[in-house]
Write a protein that binds this ligand. Structure first.
Ligand SMILES: Nc1ncnc2c1ncn2[C@@H]1O[C@H](COP(=O)(O)OP(=O)(O)OP(=O)(O)O)[C@@H](O)[C@H]1O
Ligand SMILES: [Mg+2]
Length: 315
């Protein structure tokens, strides 16, 4: 077994103050001339990764599980040369992403949920553009684009329609196809199946499995789908609040939670047991923000009333 990604004591902190939301400009926490100090927590640094160590072996599918905000995407962005660490080191096939940036970029490709495209152009045009950046061109590549996209379950007619007419799930498949065009040695997939319907999910999972088996691609993927982790991954790391709390094969991880009525727990049971958190779907509503808005509005309305100003001025 050869180590292809070596994560050594990696530490990443985000220290920039958070930008203040409009509702935070009202009320007690504002420094709006009434002498009140801003809330200290607004500028508190976030430790996204707290001295994490692990190695990914060449040719394996390595899963990273963790609750929202646990540091998964940060980890991937560090490997993908998009961020610099504050401590420790990462080696990708023996190279340092911070120093050998171009060489690392040739080895890896990353797919994230927020992939960007030329929305007016079709998947074919976007992928041909992407291919050219890797020095690929010609009818062979066009054939390969069609092959990969249809393999991922995209209908042929969509290949030539503008991206803006496609659903998010379809766009996600195009993002995955783009990452596969250059046949990378290492593929970093940040939530590759989030938002996909069950059939699409299976299509993407089958392609991931095939990449490992046929091409020997090393794949590091993050997911919130425990079944996916169990089905695809040779080993799974669980991170929580920037710390690595478990790393093993799905089978071995399942021994870590207590048995229920004599049955082996699922990976989800293990996850919940270890993190103490409930796994959530992508949270669309932010209850904290909603509460803060309600509070700020109440306070602002009180102020405005006292100043006998019309409420409409709040806009
Ligand atoms: N650019 C940034 N600036 C400031 N803080 C950041 C930045 N990127 C990430 N963070 C913070 O770092 C922590 C880890 O974020 P990260 O995106 O890595 O989590 P995640 O595990 O990918 O979460 P999710 O499951 O929601 O995608 C969070 O607290 C997040 O707010
Ligand atoms: Mg993420």
């Amino acid at each position: 077994m050869t180590t292809i990604i070596d994560v050594n004591n990696i530490y990443k902190k985000f220290g920039r103050p958070k930008s203040r939301q409009w509702w935070q400009k009202f009320g007690k926490n504002s420094a709006n001339g009434n002498g009140a100090k801003p809330d200290e927590s607004l500028s508190a640094p976030v430790i996204a990764l707290d001295n994490i160590n692990f190695q990914v072996q060449a040719g394996e599918i390595f899963g990273v599980l963790g609750p929202n905000g646990s540091g998964k995407s940060t980890l991937i962005r560090l490997m993908a040369t998009l961020l610099l660490a504050d401590g420790g080191s990462i080696k990708v096939d023996g190279l340092d992403p911070a120093e050998d940036t171009l060489k690392v970029q040739e080895l890896i490709n990353r797919v994230s949920v927020e992939a960007s495209f030329f929305k007016k152009l079709s998947p074919m045009e976007n992928l041909m553009f992407g291919a050219r950046l890797y020095g690929l061109n010609g009818s062979e590549v066009r054939k390969r684009v069609v092959e990969i996209l249809t393999r991922l379950g995209l209908e042929k007619r969509n290949i030539y329609n503008p991206m803006e007419e496609m659903s998010r799930g379809m766009q996600q498949k195009v993002a995955i196809a783009r990452a596969l065009l250059s046949r990378p040695k290492i593929l970093l997939l940040d939530e590759p199946t989030t938002g996909l319907d069950p059939v699409s999910k299976r299509e993407v999972q089958a392609v991931v499995q095939e990449l490992k088996e046929k091409d020997g691609t090393t794949i590091l993927l993050t997911t919130h789908d425990m079944m996916e982790a169990e089905k695809l991954c040779d080993r799974v790391a669980i991170i929580h609040k920037g710390k690595l709390i478990a790393l093993d094969t799905p089978e071995a991880l399942k021994q870590m939670a207590p048995r229920m009525n004599g049955h082996l727990p699922s990976l989800e049971d293990v996850f919940i047991h270890l993190t103490g958190d409930k796994l959530k779907e992508e949270q669309k509503d932010d209850p904290d923000a909603a509460q803060a808005i309600a509070k700020a509005l109440t306070e602002a309305l009180g102020q405005k009333k006292a100043e006998a100003q019309p409420v409409a001025e709040l806009d």
